[in-house]
Design a protein around this ligand. Structure first.
Ligand code: 3PG
Ligand code: MG
Length: 406
């Protein structure tokens, strides 16, 4: 069964004069200084074309739902979708009614009224049943709509009630949104015969989070350039000193395992660093692989940047996930911004995923120069690893527990 999208004629036929329930990923980052202010609107902006397509198909009502943060199954005003409701209303030019909770009794009334055309359910993770992928919870949600649209690419790697189990109740009435379509098309340029040379740049903090993807990437790529805090466990595993750089014993064990793979020669590690004695200290040039004493590695050094850029210059496909250092501090941002600049000049398919690397590319003003910026960090990595995601599989085929039940 092929994935059906909101652009298909069958969607238009089914959505006309009906209630459309749509799952998005409105889990937007908030400003660190003012937690009521949205720091990046990308996930909201990227949802608008799908909401418009639903309205243009003649839907009577659109019921939007999303998670926001990790409130752990409890109501927590800190994680209210209120700022998102406001941003949506501004962008759509119509009122967006935010419900008190996703199980609010008032929803029934709202659904029968002529007004309140666009309803946003309050944070779906205020209910523990969401992350438990609870069938009854999914059934209640499914009763809000006649047709289901899934456009939450950034959460499609989660097997939750609103991303997965809900598909049990929309057989043949479930459609993918426009963002999901674009994300899948872009990622398939990497999963299905990427143009060679294929180079991946992986950074960020924890090896353990990305270990599986590194292992599978190594079979596909020509070179895997490692930077940021990701590099230190690898350097330590190779016997270099890393000073006080971020590194857990578990990560060193994992790095050793990777360095024993037959594909290990594709791994490229930093040959110099920018370090400091603290995260906001003065930068120190470390013109060698080893970092000594009390120094903490906080960015790749200039020779490493030149070396990585020269490898990238020959690439036809590039995947970038994770920054090369503590780029939030301008003293340690040269490596990350340097990689962003190199990518922006390539004649290659460049895909950037993961909250931090996307933020860095945006800060550098270079997002227009990338072939694709993914709204999913974990989701894009898992897609590359497995060629699909649970939320996409369920949308296509229904949920396992449903199969056989008519
Ligand atoms: C994300 O921001 O990565 C997605 O919205 C998923 O959120 P989660 O990691 O809390 O499941
Ligand atoms: Mg995440």
């Amino acid at each position: 069964m092929a994935l059906k999208f909101v652009t298909d004629e069958s969607f238009k036929a089914q959505a006309k004069d009906k209630k459309v329930l749509a799952r998005f990923d409105f889990n937007v980052p908030m400003d660190k200084k003012d937690p009521a202010v949205i720091a990046d609107y990308t996930r909201i902006d990227e949802a608008i074309p799908t909401i418009k397509a639903i309205l243009e198909a003649g839907a009577k009502k659109v019921i939007l739902m999303s998670h926001f943060g990790r409130p752990n199954g409890k109501v927590d005003p800190k994680y209210s979708l209120e700022p998102v409701a406001k941003a949506l209303a501004e962008r759509l030019g119509v009122d967006v009614t935010l419900t008190e909770t996703a199980l609010d009794r008032g929803i029934k009334t709202l659904l029968s009224l002529n007004e309140a055309k666009i309803i946003l359910l309050q944070n779906i993770r205020f209910h523990a049943e969401e992350e438990a992928n609870d069938r009854e919870f999914a059934r209640t949600l499914s009763n809000y709509g006649d047709v289901f649209v899934f456009d939450a690419f950034g959460a499609a790697h989660r097997k939750h009630a609103s991303t997965y189990e809900i598909n049990a109740f929309f057989k043949n009435r479930a459609f993918g949104g426009l963002l999901l379509k674009r994300e899948v098309e872009a990622l398939e340029k990497i999963t299905k015969n990427p143009k060679k040379p294929f180079v991946a740049v992986v950074g960020g903090a924890k090896v353990s989070d990305k270990i599986k993807i590194i292992e599978s990437l190594l079979t596909d790529v020509d070179h895997l350039l490692i930077g940021g805090a990701m590099a230190y466990p690898f350097l330590k595993a190779k016997g270099f000193s890393i000073g006080k750089s971020l590194c857990s014993d578990e990560d060193v064990t994992l790095a050793k395992m990777i360095l024993n793979l037959p594909t290990k020669n594709k791994i490229v590690l930093p040959s110099d660093h920018i370090a400091s004695t603290s995260l906001d200290g003065e930068p120190v040039d470390v013109a060698q692989v080893s970092i000594d004493g009390d120094l903490i590695g906080l960015d790749i050094g200039p020779s490493t940047l030149v070396h990585y850029s020269s490898i990238l210059k020959g690439a036809k496909t590039v995947l970038w996930n994770g920054p090369m250092g503590l780029f939030e501090n301008p003293k340690f941002a040269k490596g990350t911004f340097g990689i962003a600049e190199t990518l922006s000049e390539l004649n290659a398919f460049t895909l950037v995923g993961g909250g931090d690397s996307v933020a860095a590319v945006k800060q550098a003003g270079l997002s227009e120069k990338m072939s694709h910026i993914s709204t999913g960090g974990g989701a894009s990595l898992e897609f590359i690893e497995n060629g699909t995601l649970p939320g996409i599989q369920a949308l296509k085929f229904g949920v396992e527990s449903y199969i056989g039940i008519e």
